[in-house]
Write a protein that binds this ligand. Structure first.
Ligand SMILES: [Zn+2]
Length: 715
């Protein structure tokens, strides 16, 4: 759309808003949220935010910015997520669909359909510019939530996850200013989604919140997040254009309740109930907000106790800007006041927690909330009356078969389905794996789960995994290994225990032991595709390239194979000099990760390998355009420049690579040795000495000998 046309749209929008406000003037209910055609929309999701953490919800975290927002709009004190996982919940919020409809049932192994309809695609279609600013790896663009966003800023580092033990994230204090800047530059109506991750474990609040919240660091993180968001909200208040602001959490945090420290296994209120605040800010000259100021309509804010849901957010946002709400969405707008008061039609809330099933082989958890009645459908059934038992202490299931049955029928009526096999494990792959002897004969997903599979009976295994992770990060590896072995004894098909145990062995340099651990897991019935990919990676990285490819290729044949698997497969194929096949795999990866420089870098390496210096140069330059901070891309650009005979360009690129990452030993080696061979020993010496001092002797033994010789002989 041409800019001039957009301006026309805005002007038209304001005219419509004025007309609507004038029409609503006499009958306008107190604290109503106004429908303002073409107003801006800001969606803020705060990761891992319990509803009862914020001070306005009576919580221990002092959150003046969000408290104030609540006084300017509507606060929902009985709002619920449909899932307890980051990616699943965000997919629900953005698509307005239940997890069994959008299909993202866990934080990995799934990708949103390419043609999915989301808030961003709908706003874009309506002429909005769209920008997302996300803070952590579960929302990496590879999972597809970037659909419809003009800008999807997910630069939190680590484009390809290398370790289960670390998670890429960046703080709200970094992310929020990016959104402020983008919003300030927008000249047309905009939709922005800002995701902040700080309250997620580990809880390490920055000063002064670290000391203010000593002993309760989770709440310190919440308070710090609130402080980081304040300038953005103030910016919108000052703006002369109105903005609908929606703030929610993707899920809560167990904090030890029901034996759950974090989130993901259960769906108790500690992790399922989330805050939800909706307000309209700014538009100083707009009729709607001057109206509310005139009558003080929003002073004190409105409190709604209806059962609001994540699936209601998209219809509300669309309704608020005057867009029609697709009729096939399960949620309903919260905009009209009559929807937010007692007596409004009940909103039935489906919810699920599939992490235990998908990661541990436990029973899948789903359930339903009808009013204050909550049913958790597990082999050991649970029913709670949240009106009298908000923390779910008293399981009422079995006391009234009629009431149990009615809720079960309601749940069934929503036609939810359990997740199938993860995408990467289609029947063909499973069959081929079995042919290779990697999967036992049992069905990978059970058709029936018993009391023994109920997460209530297994939660201590999950706690053990968390204890082991803590031990790893504290460097107590023997203790961690012991815990993982105990977990395996108790539940021999728990993939995560084998995967972490193998990673510890691998990082300690015990490649054979790491491979043996994974083989043992697969023999014991582990079917997790990531365990299989990990085995393929270790085989390939430890010199058994052909065998590694044999493991990885069946996974790669799946059209829905995940990025990590493809990356590992591509590298293995390149190692085996099967460059054409590697090329095809990296091309796929490039499509899957348009925002990542890694696939372009790998394609650049292949181009270098076939002597195509120009092609390689172009690819590395594109990689740099995608990620200015990629040391690997500069290292490759240096090699391509050198191959093309442009020495000064090569030196400049390698210097930049080393500056960005002093542990880029390949760039350091190339820089030092090339300069030395050219007779520029004085310039070369510091680089060579740095290499000799810091390069690990294992993988760089030959290069270290060469560098030592150069330093001694001077040429
Ligand atoms: Zn989350």
């Amino acid at each position: 759309m041409k800019p001039s046309r957009r301006l026309l749209t805005v002007a038209g929008a304001i005219a419509v808003a004025m007309a609507a406000a004038a029409y609503w003037w006499p009958g306008r209910a107190q604290a109503d949220l106004a429908r303002i055609t073409g107003q801006n929309v800001l969606l803020i999701t705060i990761d891992t935010l319990r509803a009862d953490a914020l001070s306005v919800y009576g919580g221990p975290a002092h959150t003046p910015a969000l408290d104030r927002l609540a006084t300017e709009g509507v606060r929902f004190d009985f709002a619920h997520a449909q899932s307890v996982l980051t990616l699943t919940s965000h997919a629900t919020i953005l698509t307005g669909q239940y997890p069994f409809q959008h299909g993202l049932r866990d934080n990995s192994g799934y990708r949103l359909a390419r043609d999915a309809r989301t808030a961003a695609t709908l706003f874009k279609k309506a002429g909005y510019v769209t920008g997302a600013f996300v803070s952590a790896f579960p929302l990496d663009s590879r999972f597809g939530l970037n659909a419809g966003f003009d800008l999807y800023d997910d630069h939190f580092g680590g484009a390809v996850a290398t370790s289960e033990f670390s998670m890429s994230e960046r703080p709200a204090s970094v992310v929020v200013p990016l959104a402020e800047k983008w919003i300030a530059g927008a000249t047309t109506p905009w939709f922005s989604w800002v995701h902040v991750f700080d309250p997620h474990a580990p809880y390490r609040p920055p000063p002064p919140f670290d000391t203010e919240y000593a002993g309760k660091p989770y709440y310190g993180e919440v308070a710090a997040t609130d402080a980081a968001l304040a300038p953005l909200l103030d910016q919108l208040r000052r703006s002369d254009r109105p903005t609908l602001v929606v703030v929610t959490g993707d899920h809560g945090e167990g904090l030890g309740e029901h034996g759950e420290d974090a989130h993901g296994i259960f769906a108790y209120e500690s992790t399922l109930r989330i805050p939800l605040i909706i307000a309209e800010l700014g538009g100083g000259s707009s009729p709607a907000s001057s109206l509310s100021r005139l009558f003080g309509a929003r002073r004190g804010g409105e409190l709604s106790s209806i059962g609001a849901r994540h699936i209601d957010i998209l219809p509300t946002m669309l309704d608020a800007v005057g867009q029609s709400v697709p009729s096939d969405l399960p949620g309903r707008t919260l905009l009209p006041r009559e929807e937010r008061v007692g007596g409004a039609p009940t909103r039935i809330a489906y919810f699920e927690a599939m992490s235990g099933m998908l990661n541990h082989g436990w029973a899948p958890l789903s359930g339903v909330l009808v009013g204050r009645d909550k049913l958790i459908d597990l082999p050991i059934l649970e029913r709670y009356d949240l009106a009298t038992d908000a923390t779910e202490r008293q399981n009422l299931a079995g006391r009234s078969p009629t009431e149990d049955g009615a809720l079960q029928a309601t749940l069934k009526g929503l036609s939810p389905t359990w997740p199938g096999q993860r995408a990467s494990e289609d029947a063909e792959s499973v069959g081929r794996l079995r042919g290779l002897g990697y999967v036992s004969g049992q069905a990978p997903v059970k058709t029936k789960y018993t009391d023994a599979d109920d997460p209530k009976r297994l939660i201590e295994l999950d706690q053990s995994i968390h204890r082991a992770l803590d031990a790893v990060s504290a460097g107590r590896l023997v203790e961690a290994e012991d815990i993982y072995r105990q977990v395996i004894d108790r539940r021999p098909d728990m993939a995560i225990a084998y995967r972490h145990l193998a990673l510890i062995e691998w990082q300690a340099g015990n490649a054979d032991a790491a491979i043996a651990v994974l083989r043992r897991g697969l023999a014991k019935g582990v079917t997790d595709v990531r365990a299989v990919a990990q085995l393929g990676e270790y085989l390939s990285d430890s010199g058994h390239v052909a065998e590694g490819i044999g493991v990885l290729e069946p996974l790669g044949r799946n059209p829905a194979a995940d990025a990590d698997t493809l990356n590992v497969l591509g590298i293995a194929l390149a190692r085996a000099r099967r460059n054409d096949e590697a090329q095809r795999v990296f091309e796929r990866l490039r499509e899957l990760l348009p925002g990542s420089s890694a696939p372009l870098e790998n394609l650049g390496v292949l181009a270098l390998d076939r002597g195509d210096a120009r092609g390689a140069k172009t690819l590395f330059e594109r990689a740099i355009a995608v990620d200015h901070g990629s040391s690997r891309a500069y290292a490759g650009l240096g090699a391509a420049s050198m191959q093309a005979g442009d020495r000064s360009a090569a030196y400049a690129a390698w210097s930049k690579a080393v500056e960005l990452d002093p542990t880029n030993f390949d760039a350091l080696f190339n820089l030092g040795t090339s300069l030395a061979r050219e007779g520029r020993m004085d310039t070369a010496r510091p680089y060579l000495e740095q290499f000799r001092r810091t390069a690990p002797p294992g993988p760089y033994a030959g290069q270290l000998r060469e560098v030592t010789r150069l330093l001694q002989t001077g040429r």
